[in-house]
Design a protein around this ligand. Structure first.
Ligand code: GLA
Length: 730
């Protein structure tokens, strides 16, 4: 890893082990993008800025400055001075003018990686040192300073970008649009890869050809969303797991975002990512600064697999803060699909004592334990125990569970308020709302205005009070609606456009406070399933409930898309009952276990309804979990075949970092008549190592397993599955 400035050539170089990112200064003024790609020691790449071609830079052809602005490869594009492509920054003055031109004004190279105030951000940590380049630009007319930050880590090929704006003048500036990253490149027949979906159908991988104009993803729902994901990648045609080029961006943020690709008149592409400008406006007072969240950029010239593993390692080593990150997570049983709102202490203890017999280690009590909550129409905000359901409260329940050797976890939805709640009756103005306009309900609830410090204090204290009241090891932090009528009773009228972002900052503040007081807590975020599964939330919680859809077949595509970026250890996955509550599909219990083992693993079902055979399988699954959990949690992940593409089978594997152990998960989605075995070539093994397949005792070289492959024999029935476990013997 190294970061340096070649003064002679006016080029900044950021070198990771396998990549180089180079920034040139044109005309001594314009910060331009020269190169991003495979590592290249030669930083004489300034000519790639094309300043010798027409339109020449303004010093040589001031007459055509606008033409220069419209084609230059900017590191950070601005609005209003001739660049008509998608811009990163649009600023309005008190006089109403919107034009900004950033001019290079110095740089610093720092050891380490600065934190971003109030925002989740990657950190150097113990896993390796970091270096940061800060490029300072100014618009003297606006008296605006812009710091472009680029960080790299010793042990990673990722590049982290963020932007800080400082108002150095005496007048307010209105920030109408502040994106975090921009990447200008020549088109290379790129396709755009995104992760899109819906509730219960999150993060499905999808490609589309990049064509003239704009294409991209984004959301204004107030959360990173089920529908779109704060990720975008440009990939070369016929990309595979091991070949082809990838330029990827992932946003470390949990609110509104926008990620776009624009193919220009000159066949160049501009890729941008940042906070969605719709509904956003930030008032930058004199002397104040604004920091935009960070974007993780990953380049791979060896296909998607390499990109995936770079993200996984970065997030495990430099993003997830939780002390649980590298720890074995307790096997849990959650009562939601077993009881919904209809439970009491005895029912929960019955589930727990049965589950304990099979090796379950924690009971998670889901929604319905507080206020008068017997359905989803009331009581959010009133975080006091319903003693009719739970006499003796949480303390009694947790004590009884402890006697059984079980840990205790609870569900909370702290960001919300039901109109039918004591909290709403005493503070109606604490809900996000537009005065005089009826608020749109969603799941019968409103969102609390977390831009208000007193609301953050209240929520923080009410959550802490619950956690202080009993021995609670785990919290499922839910969030079950999107934003509408985005207004705050507290913010100045000029600052209403800050609410979306201030809300997200409020969520981050709440989770920071929670973990400060309860550092041992295992926090699992959830947003009606996977509606806020993003790097921002992962900074606080080592795992996120991936989807409300627990059907094993649906989960294949959901978990595949999620694991495109996020380690398996972050993917909340449970075995649930059949027919599945979302799709009504019936799959074998065994297969449901195999798929859940590709995530955090646990149960979400009425154990009393399981047959004796299923209870036996449950015990075996838990044994498998104990045996494989550290491999799954820490290993390298390889996609081998996708049922999303072939409609017949799915296969992925995890290989330990030392390549001494591997676990292959094979799922036969559809049985075929009169068909022979499928040959699947494994990946990530050591060629010269000899591995034994546990099931048969047969030995294979790594080379053979990767070039020859294994033969997955056909199984009787759809939705069947099998695990192959290999250990090195030499
Ligand atoms: C959301 C979650 C579910 C469950 C319910 C409870 O939908 O995604 O897992 O906790 O809320 O109301």
């Amino acid at each position: 890893m190294s970061v340096y400035f070649d003064e002679e050539r006016s080029v900044f170089c950021l070198m990771t082990e396998n990549t180089s990112y180079m920034i040139g200064i044109a005309d001594g003024k314009y910060v331009g993008h020269a190169y991003y790609g495979a590592r290249m020691e030669d930083c004489g790449c300034g000519y790639l800025l094309r300043t010798d071609e027409r339109p020449e830079p303004p010093s040589r052809n001031i007459r055509e400055k606008a033409a220069f602005a419209d084609s230059f490869f900017y590191e950070y594009s601005t609005w209003g001075v001739g660049d008509y492509r998608d811009s990163c920054l649009r600023v309005r003055t008190e006089g109403g003018a919107r034009a900004c031109e950033l001019v290079f004004d110095g740089y610093r190279i720092l050891d380490g990686k600065p934190e971003l105030p109030g925002l989740p951000s990657t950190f150097a940590g113990e896993a390796g040192s970091a270096q940061t380049l800060e490029i300072v630009c100014r618009d003297d007319c606006l008296k605006l300073k812009v710091i472009l930050r680029y960080s790299i880590f010793e042990d990673s090929d990722a590049l982290i970008r963020s932007v800080e704006l400082v108002n150095e003048g005496g007048e307010r500036l209105y920030l109408e649009k502040v994106l975090s990253a921009c990447l200008d490149m020549d088109n290379n027949e790129f396709q755009m890869l995104t992760l899109t979906g819906s509730w219960a159908r999150e993060r499905h991988m999808g490609y589309q050809k990049v064509s003239r104009g704009y294409q991209g993803v984004g959301t204004t729902r107030g959360i990173s969303s089920h529908q779109e994901h704060p990720f975008i990648a440009l990939v070369t045609e016929n990309i595979t797991e091991t070949t082809g080029e990838v330029y990827a961006m992932n946003f470390v943020y949990s609110g509104n975002f926008k990620a776009d690709v624009e193919l220009s008149q000159f066949d160049t592409v501009r890729m941008t990512m940042g906070i969605h400008p719709d509904g956003f406006e930030w008032v930058l007072e004199p002397g104040a600064s604004f920091t935009a969240p960070e974007v993780v950029c990953v380049y791979s010239d060896s296909g998607l697999g390499q990109m995936t593993r770079t993200f996984h390692d970065l997030y495990r080593n430099h993003l997830i803060r939780s002390r649980w990150l590298h720890e074995k997570r307790p096997v849990l049983i959650n009562n939601w699909e077993a009881t919904y709102f209809d439970f009491d202490t005895e029912r929960l203890l019955e589930i727990a004592s049965e589950a304990a017999k099979d090796g379950v280690e924690m009971l998670v009590m889901d929604d319905g334990w507080f206020g008068r909550r017997n359905d989803d129409t009331c009581s959010l905000g009133d975080w006091s125990v319903n003693e009719k359901k739970l006499p003796g409260g949480l303390a009694y329940l947790s004590r009884r569970l402890k006697e059984m050797g079980m840990r205790f976890g609870i569900w909370l939805e702290p960001e919300m308020v039901s109109p039918d709640s004591d909290l709403y009756r005493s503070h109606p103005d604490w809900a996000v709302h537009v005065p005089g306009r009826e608020g749109t309900l969603s799941r019968s609830q409103y969102i609390l205005d977390l831009s208000r410090p007193e609301v953050v204090d209240y929520v923080s204290e009410s959550v802490a009070r619950v956690l202080r009241s009993a021995d609670i090891s785990y919290v499922k932090w839910d969030m079950n609606r999107q934003m509408t009528e985005v207004g705050s009773a507290c913010l100045d009228s000029a600052c209403q456009g800050e609410l979306y972002h201030r809300y997200v900052l409020g969520v981050y503040e709440l989770q920071s406070r929670l973990l400060r007081e309860f550092p041992e807590l295992l926090l699992e975020n959830c947003t009606s399933g996977g509606g806020r599964f993003d790097p921002g939330m992962l900074y606080y919680s080592p795992q996120i409930w991936c989807s409300d859809d627990t059907d094993a077949m649906e989960r294949l595509a959901i978990q595949e898309g999620t694991a495109l970026l996020y380690p398996l250890s972050t993917i909340g996955a449970h075995v649930s009952i059949c027919p599945n509550h979302i799709v009504g599909r019936v799959t074998p219990f065994e297969t449901r276990g195999y798929v859940a083992l590709g995530g955090t693993f646990g149960y979400e079902l009425d154990i009393m309804r399981l047959s004796g055979e299923e209870r036996g399988q449950m015990r075996q699954q838990i044994e498998l979990y104990h045996k494989y959990q550290s491999l799954v949690r820490e290993g390298d992940y390889y996609r081998l075949a996708s049922a999303r593409e072939n409609h017949e089978y799915d296969c992925y594997m995890v290989v330990s970092k030392d390549r001494r152990e591997a676990l292959v998960t094979y799922i036969q989605v559809r049985a075929r008549a009169n068909f022979h075995s499928r040959r699947i070539r494994l990946a990530g093994l050591a060629e010269d190592t000899c591995y034994v397949l546990e099931e048969t005792g047969r030995q294979y070289s790594g080379r053979l397993l990767m070039k020859g492959g294994i033969l997955a024999a056909p199984m009787a029935g759809d939705y069947t599955g099998k695990l192959y476990h290999f250990s090195a013997v030499s």
